[in-house]
Design a protein around this ligand. Sequence first.
Ligand code: URA
Length: 433
Amino acid sequence: MRIVDIINKKKLGERLTKEEIEFFIFGYTKGEIPDYQASALLMAIYFKGMDTEEIADLTNAMVYSGDTVDLSAIEGIKVDKHSTGGVGDKISLIVIPLVASVGVPVAKMSGRGLGHTGGTIDKLESIEGFKVELSSEDFIKNVNTYKMAIVGQSGNLTPADKKLYALRDVTSTVDSIPLIASSIMSKKIAAGSDAIVLDVKVGSGAFMKSLEEARELAKTMVGIGKTLGRRTVAVITNMDQPLGHEVGNANEIREAIEVLSGHGAEDETEVALTIASYMAVLGGAFTDIASARKHFETIIASGEAIALLKKFVEIQGGNSEVVSKPELLPQANFHIEVKSDLEGYVAGFDAEKVGLSAMMLGAGRSSKEDVIDFAAGITLKKKMGDHVNLGDVLCVLHTNSEKTIEAERIVRSAFVISSHKPEPVKYIYEIVE
Ligand code: URA
């Protein structure tokens, strides 16, 4: 087999066989196929696409390009969740204890943040003592005992995706549905869970800017899950503005505590309850979404949910006192109010700019080597549909840096203020099953 023939086939719009796809993925991972030929094939895939079977074959080859996690020692149907990336997205922190409460094991492997979106692992590390590096024995033991555990991504999982993603980044081939879908699903499948709930974000702070694109990505990923034997559901959610009010790390933990205590932001609560309900149904704890949701609402109201979050922090070695006393979480030295110089309604957001501004305050990384300031972040005081008077506080920047002019300018430009009140925001657009 020759890679040049495979490139030519795809250039002509023909479908690739499983063997051809494996030849490419395994050869490229081993360094036997050079970047220039891999780039040519990626561009051919970008323009000519792939059918469902080809995408599933591509995903499967990426899964087996490296190690896979064996969760077979965990009893029950292991359910994972994945977000395609958003700003202020603290849903994982909320759903882990909720789903564990119904006996569905959540063995979560999570990543760190890069660029305008944060990572769950970074957020949790703002809790003193919280360990995200567990041996696989401890990880499995914790899931079997408490039904919940989280670990940072480690090991040689999907090396083909790591190499290809870096290449896509510099060859303008990131925004291709077959390539995005196989990249995401290969990591989820290699992480070992039996069922997956995908939170596909759409809007100004997301990868997918239109509902049509998000729907196509969701359908493609659900199709991959079906072909590769993992029950998969995708929830398409709004990312036209950050989720909730907090963007950062420690402040996002505070907001997750508020949701699990029953007084969280409406959008955050709605998305979290929907995702948790689908996870509970896929895990076999309920037969329908409405009953699962009712159960979660009940345990939030009764205080059981917040007690479970406390337990989760405790078993991961963190200071669980922060759950009842969030003021113990890292606090910034400076709190800068950004005031409106316009009057009207918040009619839109550039959510990506809010994430970028938070990153500049120290809450995120612009390169992998950057060190996060857990106390840094942004609290939004106004969201879509809110009325704003001249001089009203739009948001508060939390920082330990004295150089905030650029971050202030960027976050101010993220608010779209209009004289017309916008239509009410939809938090969830569609479910793809
Ligand atoms: N997230 C991923 O993991 N891969 C992509 O290709 C895009 C988003």
